[in-house]
Design a protein around this ligand. Structure first.
Ligand SMILES: C[S@@+](CC[C@H](N)C(=O)[O-])C[C@H]1O[C@@H](n2cnc3c(N)ncnc32)[C@H](O)[C@@H]1O
Length: 197
């Protein structure tokens, strides 16, 4: 059975405003180019957007929720080189980007939309382009919600042609950002398209 989406996004944004940045950003940092365009997909309240701006990137921040973009807009420093894009990834064609961050966002796409989006994303990455983000594994509690979950082999296939820079599989009970119990099965990935530099 497929459950409808039941995330209370307003409560989620409030909870994540105070949360420390996810460790994947630390893992991404040593691989960053000195500047360029960074794309944040499903940016939420924009902690990653601010982090990328601080590192000199011109940022394109995408979310399908107007409220998320409103919050990000309110957090941007004066003159920030940041474009906010209201779009659903299901029909979004990403612009060329040197770095793509997709923190806990791509799996919200239904499976029927995921592969098309992934192909468009790959086209947007130049050789040497970086990806950092999370995908859900098949043991995740949210597998019944119509979100996209993947086996490890499927994820390795998605990253064919990438050098894997950092890879962690976490398959254990935990909490959601709102403090609810949840079994998480998450693949945390930092990868570079093409050979490692
Ligand atoms: C779990 S939050 C993650 C936010 C942020 N990346 C982080 O790690 O804190 C997922 C975000 O992705 C957005 N989102 C979910 N599905 C989306 C879609 N199909 N298109 C665009 N944004 C989407 C949600 O609105 C939400 O802001």
């Amino acid at each position: 059975m497929v459950e409808p989406e039941i995330v209370d996004w307003e409560a989620y944004y409030e909870a994540t405003l105070e949360k420390p940045l996810h460790p994947i950003f630390e893992r991404l940092e040593p691989h960053l180019p000195p500047g360029g365009v960074a794309l944040e997909l499903g940016c939420g309240v924009g902690a990653g957007v601010l982090w990328l701006l601080e590192r000199g990137f011109e940022v394109v921040a995408v979310d399908r929720d107007e409220r998320a973009l409103e919050i990000v807009e309110g957090r941007l420093p004066q003159g920030a080189r940041c474009r906010l894009v209201l779009a659903d990834l299901a029909d979004y064609s990403p612009p060329p980007a040197d770095v793509v961050v997709a923190g806990f966002s791509l799996f919200f796409l239904p499976r029927s939309e995921f592969q098309g989006f992934w192909s468009r994303l790959r086209t947007a990455l130049p050789p040497g382009g970086l990806f950092a983000g999370q995908l859900l594994g098949v043991d995740d509690d949210w597998r019944t919600r119509g979100y996209t979950v993947h086996t490890e082999d499927e994820i390795r296939d998605l990253f064919e042609g990438f050098a894997m820079l950092d890879w962690e599989e976490a398959n254990r009970p935990g909490k959601t950002a709102l403090g609810e119990d949840k079994h998480w099965h998450v693949f945390h990935v930092v990868a570079r398209l093409g050979a490692p530099r």
